[in-house]
Design a protein around this ligand. Structure first.
Ligand SMILES: NC(=O)c1ccc[n+]([C@@H]2O[C@H](COP(=O)([O-])OP(=O)(O)OC[C@H]3O[C@@H](n4cnc5c(N)ncnc54)[C@H](OP(=O)(O)O)[C@@H]3O)[C@@H](O)[C@H]2O)c1
Length: 183
């Protein structure tokens, strides 16, 4: 049994970008994995909605005792930003830098990493866990057919990491083995 079973204890899970790729796989895995949360909210592009959820996150966190006894984790409220190790400034050197000269993608993920840290600092008083997660190299429209991981393999690890998140992971940048990645 993996830590993903902890997702069963979540009242609700919000998945953005759920129309295809990894977002869609997360919804499939959550809905059929034997560890379905109480409610799955899946969104596709609709910018007018994605901050409307902040009050609900705060409410969920407060039920676990924000600032009180309950530690941070998915049993209260958590924001998981799907990033990439290509957003790591430190890892962008040598062979890795030469193989992936994707300036716009790297820059956007680097910015997302900063957003994750800013959110972590901002939402800490509310008891909302925020972190950035690299899902591995996956065979999706974006990852392409040469990627080593299927969406199912990636997401089963992703959900396991998410299920095991605790206070110590707040503000972190992790890969799907739960290992810390350098910013
Ligand atoms: N696949 C990999 O190897 C890999 C590796 C590292 C990190 N990641 C990250 O994992 C996440 C999912 O990647 P993926 O492989 O599933 O990609 P994908 O197959 O290209 O799917 C992208 C998803 O994001 C949505 N989306 C794209 N641009 C958007 C926007 N501006 N606003 C709202 N939604 C938008 C798409 O919606 P539409 O259908 O409406 O276009 C689609 O649902 C991405 O953040 C990616 O950077 C992937």
């Amino acid at each position: 049994m993996t830590s993903a079973m902890n997702l069963k204890n979540c009242g609700s899970v919000l998945v953005t970008g759920a129309s295809r790729g990894l977002g869609l796989q997360i919804v499939h895995s959550l809905a059929s994995g034997g560890f379905s949360p109480g409610k799955i909210i899946a969104t596709a592009r609709n910018p007018a909605n994605t901050q409307a959820l902040l009050p609900l996150l705060k409410l969920a966190a407060s039920k676990g005792g924000a600032g009180g006894a309950g530690g941070m984790g998915i049993k209260r409220a958590a924001v998981i930003n799907m990033t990439s190790l290509l957003g790591s400034v430190e890892l962008n050197w040598g062979e890795r830098a030469n193989n992936f000269k994707w300036y716009p993608y790297r820059t956007s993920k680097c910015a997302l990493n900063m957003v994750s840290r800013c959110m972590a600092a901002d939402l800490e008083p509310d008891g909302i866990l925020c972190m950035a997660l690299h899902p591995g190299w996956v065979r999706t429209d974006m990852g392409g057919s040469r990627a080593p991981l299927s969406p199912d393999e990636s997401i089963s690890s992703v959900l396991s990491v998410i299920g095991g998140l605790t206070e110590k992971d707040h503000g972190s940048f992790l890969n799907i083995t739960g290992e810390m990645l350098p910013w």
